[in-house]
Design a protein around this ligand. Sequence first.
Ligand code: SF4
Length: 169
Amino acid sequence: MNYSGIKYTDMINGEGIRVSLFVSGCSHYCKDCFNSDTWDPNYGSLFTEETENDILNYFKKYDKSIKGLSLLGGDPTYISNIDPLVSFIKKFKNLFPEKDIWIWSGFTWEAIIESPKLLSLIELCDILVDGKFRIEEKDLNLKWRGSKNQRIINIKKSLELKETIKYID
Ligand code: SF4
């Protein structure tokens, strides 16, 4: 898996102060995508054990001030990103069980719950921002997403209650 960047002390992508990892690879090709360079899974740098440790060490150092981890792209649910992220999240949750994980996906919640592979990653996270960016529904006033079709979903509650539960509208 490659990544295009890591934003430490990110206050834009999710609630509170976060560390955001932007992975490469996306199969959704949304019109007017803000980040089309990252469609290529080979874009950016290789996500190595050293990269993982950089992130984990940052959390250790600033434990109290950081609310959680955000996974963006590209698309974290791009097929070749799933296993490396599952492995990384397991390490992360083991060390920081109280931190929350937000994830963005070009797939909808309905598509994700039909796919065991996608679900293997999503079920480890807390909040999902779902769906493709649709230029026709673009709204600059929206928090944490670019277009109105995208939803901010409480993953644990949605799985527990077997219905789509939004975290906020
Ligand atoms: S899912 Fe995100 S990264 Fe992929 S094409 Fe759409 S806006 Fe771009």
